[in-house]
Design a binder for this molecule. Structure first.
Ligand SMILES: Nc1nc2c(ncn2[C@@H]2O[C@H](COP(=O)(O)OP(=O)(O)OP(=O)(O)O)[C@@H](O)[C@H]2O)c(=O)[nH]1
Ligand SMILES: [Mg+2]
Length: 313
């Protein structure tokens, strides 16, 4: 399955970001700690290459702390970049982030530092801004695409923040990234099939986090396949339709929502090592596709040439 969700407001927001960038001194990129690579927008990476950058890993309360540490080290190795893991619901990291901004871009006399807060939908950009401002100034919500336009917030300490709408990109190359974005809630629910996403997520849990599954659903043993487990959970939760058959759509949405809320424990869906292997695979598939396309174009050109020559005879 390839999930792509790129509504008009994201295209507009990407254009606005490009236009504002020359005034921006520093970029605060907000990433989801459970999927630090899949939540990195390649458009933002490319656009902001030459700006000092802080990569904040939000929702770290929902991610595996050891894996989050691996990602922090990975990002800190990039030039002009600092990284920090955040739990915005239970801690107050405002002062530390302000410190980091001032370290990475020392304040200039007579002008305030403009820090653009950017990232994919639903990662906590507006929650972060409210935390830094110490008041509820930006609208937040537990679904993607809450912020629809840019908003400037003066912190009155020499720093001006720019809240931006969450943006995805037109084509997600790595299919695993599409599923991870859908699983964690970055893609609007109307653009995904809960069943497909739950199949991906259950399969991932069976392979990587079997114990939390057993605990949550009171199981001594786990079945081998995702469909069997969804049927067991569906029966437990009374998700039944006619003929006592499990309603897969309903149980899928229950599973995904529990996972998103953290009731299945702290989970990370990717490590730097996993991503490296996946990207090699994506590059191979891309090259193969390009080769097939070149071959197809060559064949078409040869066929046309032959047809033309035949007409001349
Ligand atoms: N568990 C957890 N939830 C968080 C954290 N930070 C933000 N949230 C929740 O994530 C949801 C999205 O937060 P927002 O701040 O609206 O996200 P946004 O990035 O501004 O989203 P868009 O404006 O739609 O792009 C809200 O329900 C927040 O309460 C965190 O560190 N941990
Ligand atoms: Mg927002």
């Amino acid at each position: 399955m390839s999930i792509n969700w790129y509504p008009g407001h994201m295209h507009k927001a990407s254009k606005e970001m490009t236009e504002t960038l020359p005034q921006v001194n520093l970029v605060v990129e907000v990433l989801d700690a459970r999927i630090p690579y899949s939540s990195s927008n390649p458009f933002i990476q490319e656009l902001c290459t030459h700006k000092p950058r802080i990569k904040l890993l939000t929702k770290s309360d929902l991610a595996d702390p050891q894996v989050t540490k691996m990602w922090q080290d990975y990002f800190e190795r990039q030039s002009n970049t600092k990284s920090m893991a955040l739990d915005l619901l239970n801690t107050d990291p405002g002062a530390q982030i302000i410190d980091l901004i001032n370290k990475l871009y020392p304040q200039r006399e007579g002008s305030s530092t403009l820090a653009m807060v950017t990232g994919i939908p639903n990662v906590g950009k507006s929650t972060l801004i409210n935390n830094l401002a110490g008041r509820h100034i930006a609208k937040t919500g537990d679904e993607p695409a809450i912020t629809k336009g840019q908003q400037r917030i003066n912190l009155r300490n020499g720093i001006m923040l720019l809240d931006t709408p969450g943006i995805l990109w037109p084509k997600i190359d790595n299919p695993n990234s599409s599923y991870r974005l859908a699983t964690t809630g970055a893609i609007k629910d109307t653009a995904i099939s809960y069943e497909d996403v739950a199949f991906f997520a259950v399969d991932f849990f069976l392979k990587h986090y079997p114990e939390p599954l057993k605990q949550r659903f009171n199981l001594q043993q786990l079945p081998d396949t995702e469909i069997e487990l969804l049927e067991i959970i569906g029966a437990q939760r009374g998700c039944l339709r006619g003929g006592n058959r499990v309603d897969l759509e309903r149980v899928s949405s229950i599973f995904i929502n529990e996972l998103r809320a953290g009731t299945l424990g702290s989970v990370s869906f990717e490590t730097p090592e996993v991503i490296e292997a996946e990207m090699k695979q994506v590059a191979i598939l891309k090259a193969e596709k390009e080769e097939r396309e070149t071959l197809r174009l060559e064949k078409t050109a040869a066929r046309r040439k032959k047809a033309k020559a035949n007409r001349k005879k």
